[in-house]
Design a protein around this ligand. Structure first.
Ligand code: ASP
Ligand code: MG
Length: 433
């Protein structure tokens, strides 16, 4: 049975990191292996910045040219470090991808942003996998490079494409079933049946790994990260976060959905359906105890989990004529969110007010607030932090909120969300005992 490995940007961020891959992959060569790889390091962010320049009409300008040159240089640098003087043909393949990328910016400049995004940001993964495939093959690990845009078949909802599961299953099984060499492909990206590139949402490579595992009835998915597993809070923000060694699919979905930047929230569904366990391991300390996610729910409430989302916008929507914010109005407002492609991280309703809290993404939020402004009395507040706590006790909540105004709140039996002003939040948080 197949194993699926996923390596994120941090695990291939430079030549040393890429060298690290070989023993991890070799140790699994007794079974068929599909390896899903993200873009190197922060390449996707750099490609987004390049895109912004191109859309501002600055493709010929210094900013765009510098960004492109620096992306090129960082990939060439890794090629040089890995292969020394033997990198000419690889470098010309990388250059050809960069030329294609530049050409895409010319071609899609006047297309809608999400479409332009997908035709260009996908190059991060195309570049990284070209490098990694070359490395593995030269190490004697026979590796076949596959173009995920021909395997992960989606609709045309750019930046958040929906999978066509039957076409994807057919394509993957035809191409990837029963191989004895390593199959290496890109995370995050897919393609429409018409041949356009699509993406699955930021950090979507985990989801790609789950799609391959689901379609191939894999034995296991391993996500290799720069941390030993999943934690009950972000260790960079909380000084006493602890590793969660066992977790259910359902609990992990909740954590990811609420913004724990551990695993893409769409990853768990396809694995749960086929009871494929997911293991999260550190590529730096591969023998350290991992986090294992499967159907077992027994350990889910062992530790409360805290999740922070910064740069939040609070939208308080009231009717202009003092009428109730009843179901038809809530329905109308949520419809406008869907239309604008805005996700609400918190939703709460009362007689006179419908409350929403969203990420501050101006390109999506502005059209939404313009539309709400026209028909409702809208108040908006920025600079906010949303804290979500799973399985909290009353005293834990109290202590986590001490000294801060609660601007909005939503709670149910398992989860409490509270919205604070960011400037009232601590630099480093602590989960009280
Ligand atoms: N490279 C993409 C991103 O940074 C996908 C991923 O890393 O999973 O969002
Ligand atoms: Mg990434």
């Amino acid at each position: 049975m197949t194993t699926v490995f996923k390596f994120g940007g941090a695990s291939i961020k430079n030549a040393d990191a890429i060298r690290h891959l070989t023993p991890l992959i070799e140790a699994h060569r007794d079974r068929p292996l599909v390896v899903v790889v993200s873009a190197m390091g922060k390449t996707t962010n750099a490609l987004e910045a390049l895109l912004a320049d191109a859309r501002d009409g600055n493709r010929g300008g210094d900013g765009y040219q510098e960004r492109l040159a620096s992306l090129k240089a960082s990939h060439r640098e890794v090629a040089d470090a890995l292969f020394g003087g033997e990198a000419d043909s690889l470098k010309s393949r990388l250059d050809a991808l960069f030329d294609e990328l530049d050409e895409q910016h010319r071609h899609y400049r006047d297309s809608p942003y999400p479409e332009h995004y997908d035709q260009t940001v996908c190059y991060g993964e195309l570049l990284s996998t070209t490098l990694v495939a070359e490395w593995l093959n030269r190490q004697g690990v026979e590796t076949e490079w596959l173009d995920a845009r021909e395997l992960i078949i989606t609709d045309e909802q750019h930046q958040d494409a929906n999978l066509n599961w039957s076409a994807t299953t057919d394509a993957i099984r035809k191409r990837a079933g029963g191989e004895d060499r390593v199959l290496l492909t890109q995370g995050f990206i897919g393609g429409t049946s018409g041949g356009a590139s699509t993406t699955l949402g930021r950090e979507g490579s985990d989801f790609s790994a789950a799609i391959f595992a689901h379609c191939l009835d894999a034995a296991e998915v391993v996500i290799w990260k720069d941390v030993p597993g999943l934690f009950n809070a972000d260790p960079r923000r909380f000084d006493n976060a602890v590793q969660l060694k066992r977790l259910s699919y359902a609990e992990t979905i909740e954590l990811a959905w609420h913004g724990a930047k551990v695993i893409h929230p769409k990853t768990l569904g396809p694995l749960k359906q086929k009871a494929i366990p997911l293991t999260v391991r550190s590529f730096e300390t591969p023998d350290a105890p991992p986090s294992v996610i499967d159907a077992d729910t027994r350990f889910d409430t062992e530790h409360p989990s805290c999740i922070l989302r910064d740069d939040q916008v609070l939208l308080e929507v009231k009717s202009k004529d003092f009428s109730f914010m009843d179901e038809p109005r809530q329905h109308d407002i949520l419809g406008r969110l869907v239309e604008a492609g805005v996700h609400a991280n918190l939703i709460d309703g009362s007689a006179m007010q419908f409350t929403l809290c969203c990420d501050n993404k101006p390109e999506r939020l502005q059209p939404l607030t313009d539309s709400l402004d026209a028909d409702y009395a809208l108040e908006r507040q920025e600079g906010l932090t949303l804290l979500t706590v799973r399985h909290p006790s009353e005293s834990l909540l109290e202590r986590l909120s001490e000294g801060r105004d609660i601007l909005a709140e939503r709670r149910n039996a398992t989860t409490t969300q509270r919205l604070f002003r960011t400037d009232e939040c601590p630099e480093t948080w602590h989960i009280p005992d």
